[in-house]
Ligand binder design. Structure first.
Ligand SMILES: *[C@@H]1O[C@H](CO)[C@@H](O)[C@H](O)[C@H]1NC(C)=O
Ligand SMILES: *[C@@H]1O[C@H](CO)[C@@H](O)[C@H](O)[C@H]1NC(C)=O
Length: 413
């Protein structure tokens, strides 16, 4: 009978897929669990791991804990688990060891207005939560408030129910502008409680002592939550991306020019990620006037020419005025990775800057912001206005070999 059982156990063990779901993280010396039934009494077991293995064979539904007696080499598989020393469930017995499962536990104590939490790990150690999300996952009931978080010197206010920064401010008067976790947002949101508009990468950069990385930032102001891309590196950073367009084939130009990719409203800024996006000139003009942005940076690249244009224009605000202006050389700068000086068709000197079209509100932002007459242009618009899509990047559709395939990025600061 015993041989048969051993064979059965061996078979079960090898075929058990659930063995890893059970963790014996609770051990007691000098006690034996007497609560519940002994499922199996196994002899000649020489060490605790072998005893636990016998239990795993039954799976977590059956065997829940074990008593082991090293000197008598007895292993008892129990159908109950205590998880803590409860003298009603245990019997003293010096020779015995008990192994069971302690549930992952978490507890918070309020001290001086700050909640200090202990999340029990599988190794039975206390660990501090690393962010507000972990608190939410570890506790059945959680309240908004200040928490001590791992690696943070100051308590962090976790609001588990707020959907915008207004609600944070209402529930926490002392809260300062900072990153907060908001319901429904996957990454922390910078809540701006100060005066002024912060849908600005330069503004974020200035308010943070430590350098910020390039990437998407989410800023909450009042009831608005806006996500946008910041380049925090190029030319000292602080650049907010307002257009990102890629043309992969010649025919794609008809669905990638400004009129087909433009979107209204600052909430749409997150869509730069799609590579078929330009903030509408109407919204852009509004932003430029509320934020006082003054610079436009254009980075574009053409496959056929192999040239990259990378230029900073400091006359962004004038690009919304429909009149011909001649920028002075101090108002534009080509960055180090700009390659236009070596363009064969632009040989013979630096560029004449000119932006004559201004067709419609702010037309020039995406249309002939700089150009050399008859030689090269930058535009991602239908030109003449509303007809022929022209996707140009330091080139010109009259040049032989010209194709529209390329990539354009527009930033403001
Ligand atoms: C409690 O908070 C006050 C004011 O913030 C501070 O001065 C005091 O040191 C704190 N006490 C402890 C035990 O942290
Ligand atoms: C711009 O679009 C391209 C696809 O054309 C994409 O790979 C890239 O990540 C986008 N840039 C940003 C900052 O989202």
């Amino acid at each position: 009978m015993k041989v048969l059982l051993n064979i059965l156990i061996l078979w079960l063990f090898e075929h058990s897929t659930e063995q890893s779901q059970i963790t014996f993280n609770f051990a007691l010396r000098g006690w034996k669990l007497v609560f519940g039934k002994v499922l199996l009494h196994v002899e000649k077991v020489t060490n605790p791991p072998d005893c636990i293995k016998e239990c795993l064979v039954f799976g977590p539904e059956e065997c829940k804990s074990v008593n082991f007696n090293p000197s008598r080499k007895i292993c008892q598989l129990m159908d109950e688990n205590a998880g803590e020393l409860d003298e009603k469930k245990f019997q003293k017995g010096e020779e015995w060891l008990h192994f069971g499962q302690k549930e992952k536990q978490a507890e918070c104590k309020e001290r001086n207005g700050t909640k200090k939490c202990c999340i029990l790990t599988n190794q039975l150690q206390c660990k501090q939560p690393i962010d507000c999300n972990e608190i939410k996952q570890s506790f059945e009931t959680y309240e908004s408030g200040f928490y001590s978080l791992e690696g943070q010197s100051n308590p962090v206010y976790c609001n588990f129910h707020a959907i915008d920064c207004n609600e944070i401010k209402q529930s926490c008067e002392t809260c300062q502008s900072d990153f907060y976790s908001l319901e429904g947002q996957s990454s922390p949101v910078y809540c701006n409680f100060d005066d002024g508009n912060l849908i600005s990468c330069e503004g974020l950069k200035e308010r943070n002592a430590s350098p910020l990385e390039s990437g998407f930032y989410t800023v909450g102001q009042g009831g608005d939550v806006v996500t946008f891309y910041c380049d925090m590196i190029t030319d000292n950073g602080g650049w907010l991306m307002v257009a990102n367009v890629t043309v992969k084939t010649e025919s794609e130009k008809s669905v990638r020019h400004y009129d087909s990719v433009k979107q209204n409203g600052i909430q749409s800024l997150v869509n730069v990620a799609n590579g078929a996006y330009a903030l509408s000139l109407e919204t852009l003009q509004e932003m430029v006037s509320t934020h006082g942005f003054s610079e436009l940076r254009i980075k574009c690249y053409k496959d056929w020419s192999g040239y990259q244009v990378h230029v900073v224009l400091s006359y962004l605000q004038r690009l919304f005025v429909m009149e011909v202006t001649y920028p002075t050389p101090s108002e534009y700068r080509f960055l180090d990775d700009d390659q236009t000086s070596s363009m064969s068709w632009a040989a013979g000197g630096k560029f004449t800057q000119y932006y004559p079209t201004g067709t419609g509100v702010g037309g020039s932002v995406y249309d002939h912001q700089i150009y050399i007459s008859g030689t090269w242009h930058i535009l991602i618009m239908q030109y003449p206005w509303g007809s022929n899509p022209r996707m140009e990047c330091g080139d010109n559709s009259q040049l032989s070999g010209f194709t529209s395939v390329g990539h354009w990025e527009f930033y403001v600061r």
